[in-house]
Design a protein around this ligand. Structure first.
Ligand code: HEC
Ligand code: HEC
Length: 165
């Protein structure tokens, strides 16, 4: 009798221990500093594909390959481009959150406004101003407008002496 109780409790304990190990929280991504740590795989994928499409680059523009395993080591921060990208993420979140949301609300009587409850950094990064707004498929966006050919789309010249009357 006593022996069977011992065996049953022993079994129960090993079940609990087994569960604790298998269901313990395993973060999928180990080095997220800006994106939510519990972001889904699909969510992370769509952010990364927004980056590659916006800058016209591949994953290895920001991420390094591990030569031993011959696989990409996405968690490593060895490329300066990845660090710059983090700063760009913070800047884009800041632009949307602190500069653009109110403008969007006033422009469109609230229709375009973000739901106020949704403050995740991902949604702020992918609204209004995004990586694509500036980059347009280029890691080095243009800072000067293209030169117009003479006479093309020029505003009409003001009449001479118009200010002197
Ligand atoms: C413009 C730079 C850039 C490009 C291009 C890019 N990534 Fe990233 N990636 C980042 C940054 C920055 C982070 C870290 C984000 C953070 O700290 O929240 C990251 C994080 C990740 C992570 C999470 C790693 C971890 O465990 O912390 C994965 C996986 C990943 N990227 C996959 C990809 C894939 C796949 C591609 C190509 C489709 C890609 N990335 C393209 C900048 C980039
Ligand atoms: C407000 C405009 C703007 C936005 C928005 C923006 N960027 Fe940039 N980004 C720039 C400018 C300007 C540079 C400097 C380009 C240069 O060096 O010629 C730059 C440079 C970079 C670089 C370094 C390029 C290099 O090789 O030197 C990366 C990487 C980058 N941006 C990623 C991003 C990502 C990812 C996002 C979205 C989260 C983003 N940027 C959003 C304007 C912007």
């Amino acid at each position: 009798m006593k022996k069977s109780i011992l065996i049953i409790t022993g079994c129960l304990i090993s079940v609990f221990v087994f569960q604790a190990f298998t269901t313990s929280y395993q973060p999928r991504f180990t080095n997220l500093q800006i994106l939510p740590k519990n972001i889904s795989e699909d969510g992370l994928d769509s952010v990364m594909h927004h980056f590659t499409a916006s800058l016209g680059v591949k994953c290895n523009y920001c991420h390094v390959r591990n030569d031993d395993t011959r696989k990409m080591d996405f968690a490593k921060d060895d490329k300066p481009e990845k660090q710059i990208a983090r700063k760009m993420m913070l800047m884009t979140i800041d632009i949307n959150k602190n500069h653009f949301q109110q403008i969007a609300e006033s422009m469109d009587s609230g229709k375009m406004a973000l739901p106020t409850t949704d403050t995740s950094s991902v949604s702020y990064m992918l609204k209004y101003v995004t990586c694509y707004t500036c980059h347009h498929g280029d890691p080095h966006p243009e800072s000067k407008p293209p030169m117009k050919k003479m006479g093309e789309n020029q505003p009409p010249m003001p009449p001479a002496n118009s200010g002197n009357k």
